[in-house]
Design a protein around this ligand. Structure first.
Ligand SMILES: Cc1ncc(COP(=O)(O)O)c(C=O)c1O
Length: 432
């Protein structure tokens, strides 16, 4: 247990660390890319009403192409499975399936969506799969089940036997045996006995391994796990090694624009907020760097050559969600009430993104009706009965008035799929 003196001295150290500020020119380049399309966004709002999610298929497919190109350069047999949880709108999944990607699903609900898109290559990952979810998977030969535990292996075998079907499967490996991440997969130290048990299951064809680390702004966590995996593979029998036909390296790739944060999103801001919890509008923005996807591909390929290839040569799978969907959906809102020069209320609440994202994350609020690079401090708040209903603490425009149409760009990942019908209705999705 840490005592308060320790906490204080650690906090002091944290405050000494430099605060990464978002470069103004980077921000302006990003803003200009939306000013150029302002007419298109405004027309969509006039035609379909507000609030609205706009699905940007062209950008989605550009991201899919970039991701594929980056990894194909280094991995001869590479397969991408889009993580549906990051944005579960059917148009997003359908579009990526038509582009040639597989889908990564984490529930029966997502599996049904993937099947309804005509997807021919589905992986089903996640803890606590129910009997009916396993049955749906076992009934469809396009599904590979990524088994999460010894008891799930038993249940899958039972379900598959009752259907007299063979199920293709992999096993998820725990990347961190401590704390909350323990809930995912089986420990590396249990891999051999898991493979032994799978050999006794005549309806489960165990043919691969999976791991996933989250929020990777660089590939260090993935590389560290590949190293540990290599040490485990070294001890496996030739028979077990020969059974491994794929290695799924998961998702978690952070978009290369980096993580854009409000003051409250950086460590110093978090500490400050404990002492001064009141809202402090600020036009200071911060950025945590993320490596480009080519750098991920290159470094992961080197790690694979060092740690994995000496034992196993197999197909490589990846499960990107955020990297693909982040820039593929934008939110359009309208100012419904101007209560002061620095306080406006919009027609939608943050229930349409499902969490209090912009208290800590920064996305520019762009006034499409009066576009300008100049930023004005202003509370841009939604219409829910909670003060935590924040879109931003500033807007970009030469003014703001009732009726103005606002854009919150790049809201494709972990917003639409977290939406909730709380007080206000949900918004429609329209193609851009
Ligand atoms: C197993 C698994 N794969 C892939 C993903 C997608 O992660 P991301 O959207 O960060 O790429 C997740 C996200 O939680 C996950 O749990």
């Amino acid at each position: 247990m840490t005592d308060s003196q320790d906490i204080l001295s650690e906090a002091k150290q944290l405050l000494k660390e430099p605060i990464p500020v978002l470069d103004e020119e980077d921000l302006f380049v990003y803003l200009r890319s939306f000013f150029e399309k302002a007419e298109t966004f405004l027309n969509a709002a006039h035609q379909h009403g507000s609030p609205l999610y706009l699905f940007d298929e062209q950008t989605l497919l550009e991201r899919a192409q970039q991701f594929r190109d980056a990894f194909n350069k280094f991995f001869p047999d590479f397969h991408i499975f889009y993580a549906v949880k990051s944005n579960n709108h059917p148009l997003v999944a359908k579009s990526l399936v038509n582009f040639g990607l597989g889908l990564d699903v984490s529930s029966g609900l997502e599996l049904k969506l993937a099947l309804s898109c005509g997807c021919r290559n589905i992986i089903f990952s996640g803890p606590g799969k129910t009997e009916s979810e396993l049955r749906l998977a076992a009934e469809n030969s396009v599904v590979t089940v990524l088994i999460d535990s010894f008891s799930e292996l038993e249940r899958l075998e039972r379900v598959a036997r009752s259907l007299n079907n063979q199920v293709r499967a992999g096993v998820r490996l725990t990347t961190d045996e401590q704390g909350l991440w323990r809930k995912f997969g089986v420990a590396l130290s249990d891999l051999e006995s898991f493979m032994d048990q799978a050999e006794t299951c005549s309806h489960v064809n165990l043919s691969g391994l999976q791991f996933h680390t989250s929020w990777n702004r660089n590939p260090q966590a993935q590389i560290a796990f590949l190293k540990r995996l290599g040490q485990t593979l070294q001890k496996l029998s030739q028979r077990h090694l020969a059974a491994i036909k794929f290695l799924d390296i998961g998702g978690g790739y952070w978009p290369s624009r980096g993580e854009w944060l409000q003051f409250a999103g950086i460590p110093a801001g978090r500490l400050y907020q404990v002492i001064h919890p009141e809202v402090r509008p600020s036009t200071k923005h911060y950025k945590l760097e993320a490596q480009p996807i080519n750098a991920f591909a290159q470094q992961l390929s080197t790690a694979m050559t060092t740690h994995i290839s000496p034992f196993v040569n197999c197909q490589i799978y990846a499960e990107p969600g955020r990297w693909l969907s982040n820039d593929a959906m934008h939110i359009v809102l309208t100012v419904i009430d101007k209560k002061a020069d620095d306080l406006v209320i919009t027609d939608a609440g943050t229930n349409i993104i499902g969490w209090e994202r912009f208290e800590t994350d920064f996305a520019p609020v762009i006034n499409l009706s009066r576009p300008s690079q100049s930023e004005h401090e202003c509370l841009v708040l939604g219409s829910l009965c909670t003060p935590h209903d924040v879109w931003g603490y500033s807007y970009f425009g030469y003014d703001i008035q009732t009726g103005d149409v606002l854009l919150i760009p790049s809201q494709g990942a972990y917003t639409y799929s977290l939406r909730q019908e709380f007080i206000k209705p949900l918004a429609n999705v329209m193609p851009l």
